[in-house]
Design a protein around this ligand. Sequence first.
Ligand code: SF4
Length: 93
Amino acid sequence: MAHASPLLGGAEVHLTWRDGAACRDLDTAGFFPSPCESAGERAAREEAARQVCGPCPVRVECRRHALTVREPYGVWGGLTEEERRALYTDPAG
Ligand code: SF4
């Protein structure tokens, strides 16, 4: 994606879907599992991440990326790693 940037005197800058990410300026640690987290902590962390993903303008692109490269960890595009794994193994998915 390319846009003319007023900040760069109208120069064209190339953007990727990541530039529009709602999580771009956040600490994304909350999107990824911690080795010591309990099941309850994990559920709460994933739900908090989903709240960020919900209105994210690049959610579809993010989800597509995660499914394409089979991102093994974290919440991407509002999907947890378990949900993505289920899609990989579900013949209907
Ligand atoms: S969908 Fe979620 S993980 Fe993906 S870029 Fe948006 S906020 Fe970040």
